[in-house]
Ligand binder design. Structure first.
Ligand code: IMP
Ligand code: MG
Length: 181
C-alpha cells in the first residue's frame, strides 16, 4: 500500500507533543474565558483536526462556528482574501476566538479580524497551532500559539499541500521531490 506519509521527509511535531500542548492551551483558554461563553470560529479547512482536539480540552461553556477563506498571493505583495463561507451566528457582543492551523504572513487573519470587528463583537482573540513569525507581513499576533516553527512548508494534522496530506496525524516536512515534480 502506498501511504500518504511515505512522502514525509521528517516529523516536526509528533502526535504526543501536539496533544500535550493542545491540552495546556485548552486549559489556559478555559481559565481566561471563564464565564464569558466564547464563540470558537474555525478557519477552514486547515483548522479541522486542531479544532476537534482543542475543543475537547476546553471545559467552559462555548459555541462553535466556521468560516472558509481562500487567499491568493498572486503577483502583489499584500495578497487578497476571499470569504467562501461566512458565520451563521450573530456575533455582536460576543467573545470570538479564531482558530487557525498556521499563522504565516498573517494576511488571512488580519483580514478576517477586521472583517469580523465591523459586527462589533466584545473581543476577537486568535489561537493558532503553529506560528511562523519570520514570515509575517501583516500586523497580527496570536494570543495563544502552540508552536513556533521555522520557515519550512509543513503538512499533516489538517494542513495540506495541493489538498493532500491533511489526514496524516502529525506535522511533518515533505520530501523535496514532491515539490519539484
Ligand atoms: P497567511 O495568510 O500567510 O498567514 O497564511 C495562512 C494560510 O496559509 C494558513 O492558514 C494555511 O492554510 C496556509 N499555510 C501557510 N503556511 C503553510 C504551510 O507551511 N503548510 C500548509 N499550509 C500553510
Ligand atoms: Mg488555514
Amino acid at each position: 500500500m502506498r501511504r500518504a506519509e511515505d512522502d514525509i521527509e521528517r516529523v516536526l511535531l509528533s502526535e504526543e507533543v501536539i496533544l500535550e500542548k493542545v491540552h495546556e492551551v485548552g486549559k489556559k483558554i478555559s481559565e481566561d474565558f471563564d464565564g464569558k461563553e466564547p464563540v470558537f470560529v474555525g478557519v477552514l479547512k486547515g483548522c479541522f483536526v486542531f479544532m476537534a482536539d482543542l475543543m475537547r480540552c476546553v471545559s467552559i461553556n462555548c459555541s462553535v462556528d466556521f468560516m472558509a477563506v481562500s487567499s491568493y498571493s498572486g503577483t502583489t505583495s499584500t495578497g487578497a482574501v476571499r470569504i467562501d463561507k461566512d458565520l451563521r451566528s450573530d456575533i455582536g457582543g460576543k467573545h470570538l476566538i479564531l482558530v487557525e492551523d498556521i499563522l504565516d504572513s498573517g494576511v488571512t487573519l488580519n483580514y478576517l479580524k477586521n472583517y469580523l470587528l465591523v459586527r462589533q463583537p466584545a473581543s476577537v482573540s486568535i489561537v493558532t497551532l503553529m506560528d511562523k513569525p519570520s514570515r509575517r507581513k501583516a500586523d497580527v499576533y496570536a494570543d495563544y500559539s502552540c508552536f513556533e516553527v521555522p520557515d519550512e512548508f509543513v503538512v499533516g494534522y489538517g494542513l495540506d499541500y495541493n489538498e493532500k496530506y491533511r489526514n496524516i496525524p502529525y506535522v511533518g516536512v515533505l520530501k523535496p521531490e514532491i515539490y519539484n515534480n
